[in-house]
Design a protein. Sequence first.
Length: 353
Amino acid sequence: MVVITKDEIVKRIRQKTGMSMEEIEAKINEIARANEISEHAAALLLAEELGIKTEEEEAPLMHLADLVPGMRGVNIVGRVLRKYPVREYKKKDGSLGRVAGLLIYDNTGKARVVLWDSEIAKYYNEIQVGSVVKIINADVRESLRGLPELHVSFRSRLILNPDDPRVSEIPPIEEVRSYNYTRKKIGELMGGEKFVEVRGTIAKLYRVIAYDACPQCRRKVDYDPATNVWICIEHGEVKPITATILDFGLDDSTGYIRVTLFGDDVVEILGVEPEEIGGKLKELIKTGMTTREAGRKLAEDEFYHVLGKEIVVRGNVVEDRFLGLILKASSWDDVDCKREIERVRRELLEEVE
């Protein structure tokens, strides 16, 4: 998609509305100040409000598996699998901005979507998990978490539940969430079970850790000061990412199990980016704590708000000789009441039959 210049936008506004140059510039300056954006961006917003076309052509249709960092003006459709909370960040001028993220998927793969400031106000509250979104004119950047990252800016458009041929190709969210997973009670779990799903309440926080990891396999990497490079035992020299792990206890009244959660799922449940977790751990270690002590204290002091949260967790059960059964989680979700009611209804019907 090609976006026209500010002068051309002003020309089109004058032709369609008959407004004077002074009136148009005054409105553009007002929008720019109110939204803390450039005059070009403000001119685009004004044209959008007036229903004036500013795009020469729409980008070609793509799938998520086609995305490569560095692409600009892409056009994709995906279903929302995760909706990350809005977080504040400090801008270069010292003011506070806002950023939020989505995890979307289609029939070819997954990608992260990043919304900034004014785009959060325009789209965030309307988007729900399970919604289909069409994103036009987004830029693709490299993500620290291995997935392509789509950035939605003032030049982009986001359309909810679009009329697009790719929508019919996207699997329903229930299929993606539950594929091959069997619901179990914690008291029934045994070591070695795979693809199980449990529902329970977070009853205890053990630790949260952050470490330098290989962007491909997520294994811990070692720094070689002699060559000033990071080395992964499988992939050689790499540029590390910050990976996170959260250990917590889950209770469902039939039993209790320790759960290990990784990566983006930790970011979602805690609402904090890996780099921030890593920074706080380093500060605690500087006070003389061991890594284990710092991880436990950070979990207890900073993230106690997740205690009592009821969730659904999916993964594999392993037996540790010291810790007993552990659920190595592959994903988690908030409890969906409608889905739980439907599950109970099916179980009752099966018993009757």
